[in-house]
Design a binder for this molecule. Sequence first.
Ligand code: SF4
Length: 271
Amino acid sequence: MNKITQDLPTPTWKRIIDDIYQMGCTVIFVEGGEPTLRPDLEKLIDYMKNKGFKVVLFSNGTRPINHLEPDAIWISIDGIEEHHNKIRGTGTFQKIMHTLKDNPEKNILSITTLSKLNVGRLEELCQVLSNTSLKGLIFNYMYPYQGIRLEALSREERVHSARRLMELKRIYPKIASSDSYLKMVGQKDKVCYPWILMLATADGKLTHGCTVEPTEDADCGKCDMMCGLEASAGFDLRPDSIAFWNKSNFLPPSHLVPGWITKLLNNDWKN
Ligand code: SF4
């Protein structure tokens, strides 16, 4: 989707980080491509943390991460070994398992985007991943972007799998996605506040709002992505969503306090 071929230099990214800070953002998700390919990643993460950001690094988990100190690392795991390797290449699942063994103390969570390929063996995946040092298992739903290779789930399949995940949480407590999020999946009355999101693309362009919009016209009826819905549940101070975000050491008091005050002033506190 992002056809940038030349990475921006370190000083440019530092300037963008400064701009994002000035705009009042408190959390940065570092995504790729594969961010660990950047030789200056350690410096950039340190720069973000020194400014006061919480930092979550996305990675494919196949490259060294022991020198990196974000608040959390989310490793993309696209299904059981067979499914993951089908998407990411032979041997990549085992490389992730080695990364986990080499970094047992790091705050690493998996993130699995559900599609028609992997949804059928959800329980097996939860079982396999629960037996690793992962600190949590995050689930997401694929958005049917034009030209995407994998097939996104129908609304019924999304609702069914989200309910299944809520049941599986009783057996596999490492499943981190909140019930507040999972209950919204596939529902017409789901709550998404796209204005809490800001996207910086590889060319340094900043866009404020829905993460689909910079690529194509968004269809909220087909979208159950956790970036919008779990973030909004956290913003709404849903306790289970706050617990979810705090698994990544994430919600700073500066985020919580204004939210609490707004809730009290509006007298609209809900559990
Ligand atoms: S498309 Fe998804 S992220 Fe964008 S506003 Fe709709 S629900 Fe939110």
